[in-house]
Design a protein around this ligand. Sequence first.
Ligand code: ASP
Length: 436
Amino acid sequence: MIKAVKFGGSSLAEAEQFKKVGSIIRSDEDRKYVVPSAPGKRFSDDIKVTDLLYKCYGEAKVNMDFEATLAQIKERYDEIIKGLGLDLSLDDEFKTIAEKLKTEPEADYAASRGEYLNGIILAEYLGFEFLDSARVIKFDKNGNFLSEETNEALQKTLSEMETAVLPGFYGSKPDGTIKTFSRGGSDITGSILARAIHAEVYENWTDVSGFMAADPRIVEGAQTIDVITYKELRELSYMGASVLHDTAIFPVRKEGIPVNIRNTNDPEAKGTMIVESTVHVPEHTITGIAGKKGFAAVNIDKDMMNSEIGFGRKVLEVFEKNGLSFEHMPSGIDTMTVFVGMDKFVPKEQAVISQLHQAVNPDSIELEADMSLIAVVGRGMKHKTGTASKVFKALADEKISIKMIDQGSSELNIIVGVDDKNFETAIKAIYNAFFN
Ligand code: ASP
């Protein structure tokens, strides 16, 4: 039995947190391979080390003095080292970093040092071996992650290591330059590690006792989910539920390894199990609700569009040419709507309108701004009736008008579009309808 464990930034933000991590690891000898994040926030308006590193890079890039920022970062690490009573100095490491920032500043390199240095400290504290992720986490020259090459390299290297601390978030390209995943990417490293060691479970330790059925900032006291499937999680995290990076599931999914979200500050709590499939009957019809604000709807009207072969393709081609990915595309007989993210769409809206006119000669095009999409997700809805009606009734009772409805054929989710101003009320109403 072997476990891959990953600790998030708040779990490693200061010496006291490191001590909790140490006792969690020492309490179970199956926890031999560990992925650390960079030190996160110690209090709510603290700054994450990763953000300080990006700041440092920003300063270095324009030839500004970055020493003060770098010194601030060093102080964070020195405090941790001192608090743990370690006989360790990162002076040389910081010299190397300063030198590199001065001569050839690179954003990914700078950002990756947060995990790298935290990994050195954690390895020393645990008495584990340190494995620099640049050696084993591989990207191609364009920065695409190479999953199979990585898996092979990692397996080979780890076969000779009884224990390892593998820093999260980064790897390297063939020429040796550092490449990071997107923000929150240490979750991905943990998942890659779990796959490589055929872990029994991938424990992802954070600062909440699991995945909640709704954003607790919107629904106070939202319930923790005991068991959720990979697919449900993907739906929820794509729609903004942030506990796990939204692509972190892919490596473990290859081996059907469950992910257990745990709380470093409450290690007794069982947390949430994320599994491939389960006969565990969910307590409620739906597993969770998540949503995102800031979408625009592009309504295209044309009489008889339904019988015009190729209409949809031509419309989507316009979005494709403008580099816009669409979220949903409900359609009627004479109308079709394309949902896109506002931030990307706004600078291109007039170009899209004129190109749509050229492409499909519509009767009219109307835009609607500031829409939210809310996903109501649950494997339990497949075998039940009345889920949709319950969602709609909850919204109707709050006098919220539904702008769009989409239900995937897998019957795993129902997606509704509402005005941004109704977003929070809508989520609360749906939550209460199912959970209270
Ligand atoms: N430290 C990185 C970030 O803040 C990566 C991670 O924590 O997963 O995004």
